[in-house]
Design a protein around this ligand. Structure first.
Ligand code: DI6
Ligand code: FE
Length: 404
């Protein structure tokens, strides 16, 4: 083993989340060493190699170290907000009624098309800064409020730019199949052709999309349409994921599994057969308690069936202006435990290892293991459960991205 480290953290408790280790993979008296932004040692300090040298040694003083948190489902880039609709919903209007009246996603599309790049970057950047303060080191960002070639690509470029200007990794997802934009209402097939023949190829050519997503829902796209979008993504070698079974049961989980999707997200109305199909395909269930909370949904995702089938479960904010104006992944963690019944271990795995899996990035993110990116969250807590238990208390002591 090479014994020169850029930095060594020691004297803390590690939750490695590593493969094969039981539970959180806890290590007492642990140390983590980095070189060139990667982890070159993670384990008990007593098994550090003899004769090591480090550019810097950081004493953890008993603090807890976890992998940097990963928010694997956000719609962080958008124009305006929808506080007016929030008030309408408080007076009894439903999300679908507002959408049918031209509000909802369509109103954010209008605001996003109007906003210039600087405005989109500024507002999304503010949200991103807040997320990072929660210990988040990787954020997935979707397009889907442009719904035309120019604005969809613009959203993805702005998202990529946020990563270039901050110590955080941004993973981008093309969600041109979010809803049919107003100007195509009379001819949905024509919009679908635009997505398939223009937007997906252009995003692929510019390398702007790490994945392609779709919203399969009565107010959005049906199964046949989603199949066409997924086939086009696959033809360009881009992995897929799906907003599935959120408001209505539509067989979304099974469809996602059929295409070998990285993840199927929401799943409030997924049945046991859908869960079984996901298990077989290795598709991750991304649970989004923020939307469940804001919509006052009464259907929980089938956590017991997912668990019984062995489906990996991730937890994310779904940060978006309509159904989940939530910028705190820590809050989503508490909600996932309280509302969905996840254990502390499941929640912590869900924002680290399983979130990395949902992004197709388990090879270099999500656990404290040699060879992975040295992305750490260091917490002022005694027990891991405190990270899930507190609501609105940020226990982050420091955040490390790529070893810094
Ligand atoms: N699922 C959601 O929760 C959001 N989009 C989606 O596909 C809602 C987006 C919005 O209302 O703006
Ligand atoms: Fe979403």
């Amino acid at each position: 083993m090479d014994r020169t480290f850029d930095r060594l953290w020691r004297g803390g408790r590690l939750a490695t989340l590593s493969h094969g280790a039981p539970g959180l993979g806890l290590v007492e008296g642990g140390a983590v060493a980095s070189r060139g932004g990667r982890i070159v040692f993670a384990g008990a300090a007593s098994s550090l190699p003899q004769g090591w040298t480090a550019g810097e040694v950081v004493e953890l003083e008993g603090r807890l170290v976890t992998p940097g948190l990963i928010d694997c489902h956000t719609h962080l880039v958008f124009g305006g907000d929808r506080a007016d609709e929030f008030e309408m919903r408080r007076q009894g209007a439903t999300y679908e009624q507002i959408a049918q009246a031209g509000g909802g996603i369509a109103s954010t599309v209008r605001a996003t098309r109007k906003a210039d790049d600087a405005e989109l970057a500024r507002t999304a950047g503010n949200r991103l800064d807040r997320m990072m303060a929660d210990g988040v080191t990787t954020v997935e960002i979707k397009s889907g409020y442009g719904l035309d070639l120019a604005t969809e690509l613009r959203m993805l470029r702005v998202a990529r730019g946020l990563g270039a200007s901050r110590p955080v990794e941004i993973v981008t997802t093309l969600l041109a199949a979010h809803v049919v934009p107003p100007e195509f209402k009379a001819d949905r097939a024509a919009y679908l052709r635009t997505v398939i023949d223009q937007i997906i190829p252009a995003a692929a050519a510019e390398g702007l999309a790490d994945a392609v997503d779709a919203f399969m829902e009565t107010i959005a796209f049906n199964a046949g349409e989603v199949r066409q979008v997924f086939a086009a993504a696959k033809a360009h070698g881009i992995p897929v994921k799906l907003h599935a079974d959120q408001i209505t049961a539509g067989g979304g989980a099974a469809l996602a599994a059929e295409f070998g999707a990285l993840s199927a997200d929401h799943l409030e109305r997924t049945d046991a057969a859908g869960a079984a199909a996901m298990a077989k395909a290795g598709t991750v269930a991304v649970l989004l308690p923020g939307a469940f909370f804001v919509l006052r949904d009464e259907h929980r995702p089938p956590v017991e069936a997912l668990r019984a089938a062995g489906v990996p479960m991730a937890v994310a904010t779904d940060c978006n202006p309509g159904t989940s104006p939530l910028v705190s992944l820590q809050a989503a963690m508490t909600f996932a435990a309280v509302q969905f019944g996840l254990s502390v271990e499941e929640v912590l795995a869900g924002v680290t290892r399983e979130a990395a899996r949902a992004l197709g990035r388990l090879d270099d993110l999500g656990t404290l293991e040699v060879g992975k990116a040295c992305d750490l969250a260091i917490w002022d807590v005694e027990r891991p459960a405190e990270l899930v238990y507190w609501l609105g208390r940020n226990s982050l002591y420091s955040r490390v991205w790529r070893g810094r």
